[in-house]
Design a protein around this ligand. Structure first.
Ligand code: ATP
Ligand code: MG
Length: 372
C-alpha cells in the first residue's frame, strides 16, 4: 500500500500507474469527490494535518508521496518518522516559498530573473528601477498565475502588495521571452537521476495551455535545462520526481523560473509518448526501484482541457477521438469552471509540426470563443 497526500489529477495518474504495477493506494484528501480519491483503494477524507488520518496512513502504507506543493511540510516530516516519505518535507518546503526557492537556485549557480524580496510597503516603495515592468508574486500558495500582479512602477507595486494581503512577495523583472521550457527529472535514493525530454510550454492567462516535445530549442539549451534540473535535485538531495520550469529569453539565455516537487502538467505527455511515464517514475522512486527509461518514442503535443471548453455542456469528445493520433485523458471532475483543469489530450505524429497542427485544429473546435 502506497500513500498519496492530495487527490488531484496528478494523484489520480500516479494511482493508475501504481495499480498497473500491482500496488494499492491510499489517498488523503478532504474532498469527497477528488479525482484521485475516486480511483484509490482507500480514500481518507480528512484534512492534511489531521493526526488520526496521518496515523492511519503511517500504519497502512510502506511509503508516502505527494502530488501538490502546498501540502503541509510538517505532515511530511511527521510521517517520515513512521514510514518512507519521498520527497522529504524539507525539500518540499524550499519549493513552497519563492523567496527560499530563488535563493536556493542562486546558491546552485543557476540564473534567475532579476528580483527583490518585498516584505513590507517600504520594500515596494524602494524597489530598484530595473525590476520594472515587473511581476509581483506572493511567496507562498500561488499556482496557475494566481497571486501575481503585473506592475509598471513602484507605486503600482505598493498597491499590488497591499492587494495581495501584505504578505511576503518577490518582485521579478518581466522577462521578454522567446519561449518557456521545463524539465521533469526523477532521482532515486541512490542519487541516480534521469531527465525526461524537455518540453516547450505555451501558457494562456497564466495557465499551461500546450506542451510541445521535443522542445523547439537548440539541443545545447535543452541539455543545459536537463542538467540544471538534475543539479537542483542533487543539491536538494531529492528523492522523487521534480519539475523545473525555465524561461528562454529573447537573447537565448536560460533562466530558472520555479520548481514543483512532484510530477508536472508539462510532463503529462510522458504517459503516451515515453517508455516510462513521470507517474511510473514517481512509483519507482517511492518504492526504491530502478528508474525507467525516459526515451521519447514519438514527437508529441499535449493540450490542456480547461473548464472553458464546457460552456455549452460536456464537449463532444468525437472532436478528439476522431483523430487517430490523439489520446484523451479526463480527470473525472464533477464541476467545470473556467480555468479549471478537467483533462488533457495528446497528439502523436511523425513531427512536432504535424502533431501541433492537428492539436490546434482540435483545440479551435473545443474552444470556439478563444482568440489567439
Ligand atoms: P504554475 O504553478 O501554473 O506553474 P505559478 O502561478 O506558480 O504557475 P509562474 O510559473 O511564476 O506562476 O508564472 C506563470 C506564468 O507567468 C509563467 O509560466 C510565465 O508565462 C509568466 N511569467 C511569470 N513570471 C514571469 C516573468 N518574470 N517574466 C515574464 N513572464 C513571466
Ligand atoms: Mg509556473
Amino acid at each position: 500500500m502506497l500513500g498519496m497526500l492530495g487527490g488531484g489529477q496528478l494523484g489520480r495518474m500516479f494511482t493508475l500507474a501504481a495499480h498497473s504495477m500491482g500496488y494499492r493506494v491510499t489517498v488523503l484528501d478532504p474532498d469527497p469527490l477528488s479525482p484521485a480519491g475516486a480511483v484509490a483503494d482507500v480514500h481518507l477524507k480528512a484534512a492534511y494535518q489531521d493526526r488520526e488520518a496521518l496515523q492511519q496512513l503511517a500504519d497502512s502504507c510502506v511509503a508516502v508521496t505527494t502530488e501538490f506543493e502546498n501540502v503541509p511540510a510538517d505532515s511530511l516530516r511527521w510521517l517520515s518518522s513512521h514510514c518512507t516519505v519521498r520527497p522529504a518535507g524539507d525539500a518540499v518546503a524550499v519549493a513552497q516559498d519563492r523567496i527560499r526557492e530563488k535563493a536556493f537556485f542562486r546558491s546552485c549557480n543557476l540564473g534567475v530573473a532579476p528580483y527583490a524580496v518585498i516584505e513590507c510597503d517600504s520594500d515596494a516603495a524602494k524597489a530598484p528601477a530595473n525590476l520594472f515592468p515587473g511581476i509581483l508574486k506572493r511567496a507562498r500558495f500561488g499556482y496557475d498565475g494566481k497571486g501575481q500582479v503585473r506592475v509598471a512602477n513602484a507605486e503600482e507595486a505598493r498597491k499590488a502588495f497591499k492587494d495581495l494581503g501584505n504578505e511576503s512577495c518577490v518582485l521579478e523583472q518581466r522577462i521578454a521571452l522567446k519561449c518557456e521550457i521545463s524539465a521533469v527529472v526523477a532521482r532515486g535514493a541512490d542519487g541516480i537521476g534521469r531527465s525526461f525530454p524537455v518540453s516547450e510550454n505555451r501558457h494562456r492567462n497564466g495557465i499551461l495551455d500546450i506542451s510541445i516535445v521535443p522542445a523547439r530549442v537548440a539541443p545545447e539549451l535543452a541539455k543545459k535545462a536537463e542538467e540544471w534540473a538534475l543539479r537542483t535535485a542533487d543539491k536538494l538531495n531529492y528523492c522523487g520526481v521534480l519539475a523545473v520550469e525555465f524561461f528562454v529569453t529573447e537573447s537565448g539565455e536560460l533562466l530558472v523560473n520555479e520548481m514543483a516537487p512532484r510530477p508536472h502538467n508539462s510532463g503529462h505527455y510522458t504517459i503516451d509518448a515515453c517508455m516510462t511515464s513521470q507517474y511510473e517514475q514517481q512509483v519507482r522512486t517511492l518504492c526504491g526501484l530502478p528508474l525507467g527509461d525516459t526515451k521519447l518514442m514519438s514527437p508529441v503535443v499535449m493540450v490542456n482541457l480547461l473548464g472553458d471548453a464546457w460552456q455549452q455542456g460536456t464537449p463532444s469528445w468525437d472532436r478528439v477521438l476522431n483523430l487517430p493520433e490523439a489520446k484523451l485523458h479526463l480527470y473525472g471532475k464533477h464541476e467545470a469552471r473556467d480555468g479549471r483543469k478537467m483533462g488533457h489530450y495528446t497528439v502523436l505524429d511523425h513531427s512536432v509540426e504535424a502533431a501541433l497542427q492537428k492539436a490546434l485544429i482540435t483545440r479551435a473546435a473545443l474552444y470556439p470563443d478563444w482568440k489567439d
